[in-house]
Design a protein around this ligand. Structure first.
Ligand code: RIB
Ligand code: CA
Length: 342
């Protein structure tokens, strides 16, 4: 009789646990409950394919788009294109802010081309845009989320999240972590001698996000400029034998030229994709918690991220600053995930 009773209790306990898990909406499979905010953008497209090919680890709830590399209509079309190339049309795309909070808009068509993606022919994707603005989607979703359950990957100017936080400061309750591609310290800037593009394009938005107190991780140029393409790495991707490999190979071959020329580098960075690799395999990266400030004053340091790497000022450490990464490990992971796509 004892065996039967014990067995029944064990069965009941597992039934209860299962119902609890489903009741709390624990993602079936996905380890990271994720929203990706993006301004595609060549490297954004690579990041989106990378993430959408990793469904068992990244539960991508939605893509939210923002003006940045190019205007909003094109970043939004390009996000829908990346979704189509990944075969993930079920992931909703919400359009967000058409411009920065305060400053005059700037774009990077000189780097990403008029259409926002060069090296490939773009077309109008089939699957439609979701109804409603990205800002309202962020507010509704983060308000309804389980406490500190949703991770946000910000791959462009931080305008959408800043607007959501201004309108609804309480949404921090639903945020687990915000992982940003942006900023520069040791490396210097890529748009001015000290400022990186995403921060330079909307420093006030980045200040709002920083000031909200959310758990914040930055992948700046300090690390993205150490994770560089090479002919061999691009050849491996291009020869995967699927459309995703061809698209990424063609896009990156075109995209990296500007940086290689400008910096005299042997390869080019794939900035935004490092955020996805960090979410998938954080052990590929290293950094430290630091105090970071953002300069949003007009002038030569506009958009600069000021990082107290040696803690000289003994201020609150408000950001985890990623400073190094395993380049081969990154490209091995990226290539393996792209191979999964059609
Ligand atoms: O500075 C690099 C960043 O600016 C990347 O996110 C790239 O897509 C551009 O948005
Ligand atoms: Ca970007």
């Amino acid at each position: 009789m004892v065996g039967y009773a014990q067995g029944f209790k064990r069965w009941l306990r597992s039934l209860l646990l299962l119902s609890l898990l489903t009741a709390t909406g624990t993602q079936a499979g996905g380890e990271v409950d994720l929203i990706i905010d993006t301004d595609p953008g060549a490297d954004d497209v690579v990041a989106l394919l990378f993430a959408l090919a990793s469904a068992e680890q990244l539960h991508v709830r939605a893509l939210t788009t923002v003006a940045g590399n190019v205007r909003l209509d094109k970043t939004t079309r390009n996000a829908r294109l990346a979704r189509e190339w990944a075969g993930r049309d079920e992931v909703p795309v919400y359009a967000g802010a058409p411009g920065p909070l305060l400053r005059t808009p700037i774009y990077a068509e000189n780097i990403h081309g008029k259409e926002g993606i060069s090296g490939v022919t773009v077309h109008e994707p089939e699957a439609p845009l979701a109804q409603g603005s990205a800002i309202n989607y962020l507010i509704d979703t983060l308000r309804a989320a389980k406490p500190h359950s949703i991770t946000l990957a910000l791959l462009g100017p931080q305008t959408n999240l800043a607007l959501a936080l201004i309108q609804a400061p309480d949404i921090t309750q639903g945020i687990k972590e915000v992982v940003v591609m942006g900023g520069a310290h040791f490396n210097g800037g890529n748009i001015t001698p000290v400022a990186e593009f995403n921060l330079f394009a909307d420093p006030q938005a980045a200040e709002v996000v920083l000031g909200s107190g959310v758990k914040l991780t930055y992948l700046p140029l300090d690390v993205t400029h150490k994770v560089l393409t090479s002919d061999a790495r691009l050849e491996k991707i291009a020869s995967l034998g699927n459309n995703a490999g061809k698209v990424v190979g063609d896009i990156l071959n075109d995209y990296v030229k500007a940086d290689m020329e400008h910096y005299g580098l042997p390869g080019g960075p794939v900035h935004d994709a490092t955020v996805i690799a960090y979410l998938l395999k954080p052990e590929l990266f290293s950094g430290r918690k630091v105090n970071m400030l953002i300069d949003s004053r007009e002038g030569p340091t506009f958009g600069q991220t000021i990082v107290d790497w040696h803690d000289g000022l003994k201020r609150e450490k408000n950001v985890f600053w990623v400073e190094n990464g395993d380049a081969q490990g990154f490209f091995d992971l990226l290539t393996e995930r792209l191979a999964r796509l059609k």
